[in-house]
Design a binder for this molecule. Structure first.
Ligand code: BGC
Length: 383
């Protein structure tokens, strides 16, 4: 069975319009492109002595840094409308920050991104138990998920631009999951200002797999302390309502006539003020209008102050739109800045939360002999 069941969503005029605008931005970028470069710098060592490197991918305008610890995106520098560069993701200045406790800044999350209810699931008649690290539930792969292991790196020059491939084999039973799972992730910075992430995985036993990246974006750059003034558009007619532990109820509800209707450009802060949840803000999985699993526009974000635009396209059926509701000043990030509530947004392209316990959701079980793949593309531009 395909990993994408036939959840039908009608591609809206909005999606077509934005896809066209992506193409136009891409062309403009390509014309200005300079040659891409790839370099590696030492980032430090883990407490058990493993060497960690930082890969720096550049195309002459944008620079992306990726750590072999956690396959973490530590920095994305992009120009504003006046050409001024700034870093648009939250994180830390050094490896020590990432080795400590933090809410997945820039990290690759897996083996199963998002929540598994009560840390339990049954597969092929066997009940599996995972560590519960988020109230009663399991979150983002467990106590030592893919964000906390050192990945092997291979430098590549793909036709698209400088690339690094990170690989990791998660052993059978790791964090309670069945099967040896080999994962590889190809990060590429293209000449037309895209950061492309291509995930692949294979297993020797059936296992749930859901891989995502947990970057926290603030398009205003390092000194911007809120995303309330950013505008968001999501290509989603439906979302998955949750209980008070953020586990989907199983319902797939229309966004029409609710505060979750983000199909037209919407100022995030004003919309957060219409929500009732605590801590207040978006932390919801949106069902993308992407019934065929082809690379399709999921989100468009615009920061009116800097003019920066981020577009996210994905092959995945869902995106967790999270507005940093749990940031409360305890995480001191780059430059010692204490990250506050609503200082950033995450757009975690993914299968739906707790899919393994919801047979009606798109399937997350990877069988031996099959290949898992997911592609997500972040396009940066200005207006
Ligand atoms: C979750 C949030 C969580 C955050 C950091 C998001 O994917 O939906 O509830 O606080 O990750 O762990």
């Amino acid at each position: 069975m395909s990993r994408f069941t036939d959840l039908r969503g009608r591609a809206s005029v909005f999606a077509v319009g934005l896809l066209l605008s992506t193409a136009v931005v891409g062309l403009t970028g390509a014309m200005n492109a300079e040659a891409g470069t790839l370099s590696k710098v030492a980032f430090g060592k883990t407490p058990d002595g493993k060497t960690v490197d930082l890969y720096v991918l550049q195309n002459g305008r944008i620079t992306v840094k990726i750590s072999t610890y956690g396959a973490i995106i530590t920095s994305i520098e992009v120009p504003d409308r006046d050409g001024k560069l700034d870093d648009v993701v939250l994180g830390f200045d050094d490896l020590t920050g990432y080795l400590g406790k933090h809410p997945y800044f820039g990290a690759t999350v897996g083996r199963v991104a998002n929540r598994v209810a009560k840390g339990k699931f049954t597969l092929n008649g066997h009940e599996y138990t995972l560590a519960t690290n988020n109230g009663p539930n399991a979150l983002h792969g467990g106590l030592k998920g893919f964000d906390k292991v050192v990945w092997k790196a291979e430098e590549l020059e793909s036709g698209d631009g400088p690339s690094v491939r990170l690989s990791y084999t998660s052993p059978d039973g790791e964090e309670g999951y069945p099967g040896n799972l080999s994962v590889s992730i190809l990060f590429t910075v293209t000449a037309d200002d895209k950061l492309k992430i291509e995930y692949a995985a294979e297993t020797d036993k059936a296992t749930p797999v859901n891989l995502s990246n947990h970057s926290y974006f603030n398009l205003g750059g390092k000194n911007s302390d809120t995303i309330r003034d950013h505008e968001i558009t999501l290509n989603a007619d439906r979302y998955t309502p949750v209980d008070d532990t953020l586990i989907p109820t199983g319902e797939i509800a229309p966004v029409a006539d609710t505060p979750y209707d983000l199909r037209k450009p919407t100022v995030i802060g004003a919309r957060i003020d219409r929500l009732q949840n605590e801590p207040r803000g978006f932390d919801h999985n949106f069902v993308l209008n992407n019934p065929d699993g082809k690379l399709t526009l999921a989100a468009h974000v615009y920061d009116p102050k800097s003019g920066r635009v981020l577009e996210v396209s994905t092959t995945e059926p869902g995106v967790q739109f999270y507005t940093g509701n749990f940031l409360d000043g305890t995480d001191k990030g780059k430059g010692g800045v204490a990250y506050k509530q609503h200082q950033a947004i995450c757009l975690e392209t993914q299968h739906f939360p707790d899919s393994i316990n919801h047979p009606s959701f798109p399937n997350t079980v990877l069988e031996p002999g099959k290949k898992f793949s997911q592609t997500t593309v972040y396009t940066f531009s200005t207006r």
